[in-house]
Design a protein around this ligand. Structure first.
Ligand code: ATP
Length: 235
């Protein structure tokens, strides 16, 4: 579904991506892991056309992705950014509707809204509340719901666990697994929380300083000794 070949990107003199290759197949959850500054967010931003790659290619179903952010969404790639970026003075419902601003299939939009409320009942309970009044966990749910409202072919999640209590992270990751299983949602998830991400992923890639250092199925990566020590610098 998504194929990245030898992708490079820089900020001035800083080479954030130094030839990253990876793939995500339809229906997979793929985790990209690595410590602070490894280049994970830059990878997602390059796919979203927020950051311009200096080399390499990004293919969606074999076709190069557009280089304008809203067209990337139109092509079927949605980015749920780090920090959620909920609009605080819009209601939960209005925030969700932003997710489908490029769609006009109104009946299907209504069905997708029901699907989002089904997976995140909290959002339905709070649909008239302002986004800014939600807890961190609810805001993350809203960001995921808004992503789903775009009806993407692939959803990219940047650090969905960031700043959330472990019990909330568990809840959210469980919902992601269910959506993947029941809806066949394809998910590329970037996380510093390697164990958590690998516990729901099918496959994973470990990044350090702009390079993929290791890849494999999630179970293999989880069984590596000193996973955190070697790749995440957190031991
Ligand atoms: P984090 O978990 O902290 O977001 P990351 O793995 O996502 O880490 P990136 O944010 O992609 O890493 O950063 C990769 C490198 O690029 C780092 O060295 C970082 O300092 C640098 N960088 C990121 N954004 C910018 C920017 N806007 N301007 C300059 N340098 C940047």
């Amino acid at each position: 579904m998504l194929t990245i070949n030898q992708l490079e990107a820089s900020y001035g003199g800083i080479r954030a991506l130094r030839g990253v290759s990876l793939r995500v197949e339809q229906g997979e959850i793929v985790a990209v892991l690595g410590s602070n500054g490894a280049g994970k967010s830059t990878l997602l931003k390059a796919i979203s056309a927020v950051v311009k790659p200096t080399a390499g290619e990004i293919l969606l179903e074999g076709v190069p992705t557009p280089r304008v952010p809203y067209r990337v969404v139109e092509a079927g790639i949605v980015h749920v950014p780090e920090g959620r970026q909920i609009i605080p003075n819009l209601t939960v419902y209005e925030n969700l509707m932003i997710g489908c601003f490029l769609r006009n299939d109104h009946q299907q939009i209504q069905k997708d809204l029901e699907m989002v409320y089904h997976y995140f009942p909290r959002l339905e309970e709070r649909k008239k509340q302002y986004g800014g009044l939600l807890s961190g966990g609810e805001q993350q749910m809203l960001a995921l719901g808004r992503g789903l409202m775009a009806k993407p072919k692939i959803m990219m999640l940047d650090e969905p666990s960031l700043g959330l209590a472990p019990i909330i992270v568990n809840q959210i990751f469980e919902i992601l697994t269910t959506i993947n299983r029941e809806q066949g949602a394809t998910i590329l998830i970037v996380e510093q929380n390697a164990y958590k991400a690998l516990s729901i992923a099918h496959r994973g890639y470990m990044m350090t300083t702009g390079l993929v250092e290791a890849e494999g199925n999630a179970q293999e990566l989880l069984e590596r000794e000193n996973l955190e020590e070697i790749y995440l610098g957190q031991a």
